[in-house]
Ligand binder design. Structure first.
Ligand code: ATP
Length: 132
């Protein structure tokens, strides 16, 4: 067993299904490197980049969600997931600026948290594009 089937699914449908040699991602508990044969695991993901390694590597920006690991398969369920070429840089920059303005304004805690998450999503998208 030298490869893993990786499936990335969002509410809009499947984003990717292919085989890779390794999955690197950021769970809320820390960085995970998953190789074929990994013990079964379910973990919440951070707003972060998922790196799929192999002959045809991929990088995907995910806005949180869940990771399910089985020895031969990794499933990522995320609210959104984009490859670098799918990311609209202007939109992410605008979202970043909007979130930064909201964080500077005096607001209640719920709106502050919402802006913090929006800022994280925008920075993550810009990071995934820049490192493509
Ligand atoms: P925005 O404020 O620009 O809508 P957002 O972070 O609030 O950004 P999400 O709620 O995470 O957006 O995503 C909503 C949908 O829009 C998802 O399908 C996501 O893939 C897509 N999306 C959001 N931002 C971008 C972007 N910069 N480029 C491409 N797709 C994006």
């Amino acid at each position: 067993m030298n490869t893993l089937t990786v499936s990335v699914v969002t509410p809009d449908g499947p984003v990717l299904e292919d085989t890779f040699e390794m999955v690197s991602c950021k769970a809320e508990s820390g960085e995970l490197g998953i190789l074929p044969g990994h013990i079964p695991l379910v973990a919440p993901l951070s707003i972060s980049a998922v790196r799929l390694k192999g002959p045809n590597p991929q990088r995907i920006a995910v806005s949180g969600g869940f990771l399910e690991v089985r020895p031969d398969k990794v499933t990522i369920l995320a609210q959104s997931a984009e490859r670098p070429d799918e990311i609209d840089v202007e939109r992410a920059r605008a979202a970043k600026e909007r979130a930064e303005r909201r964080l500077q304004a005096k607001q209640d805690e719920i709106d502050f948290r919402r802006a913090e998450h929006a800022l994280k999503r925008a920075l993550n998208r810009l990071d995934v594009v820049e490192n493509r």
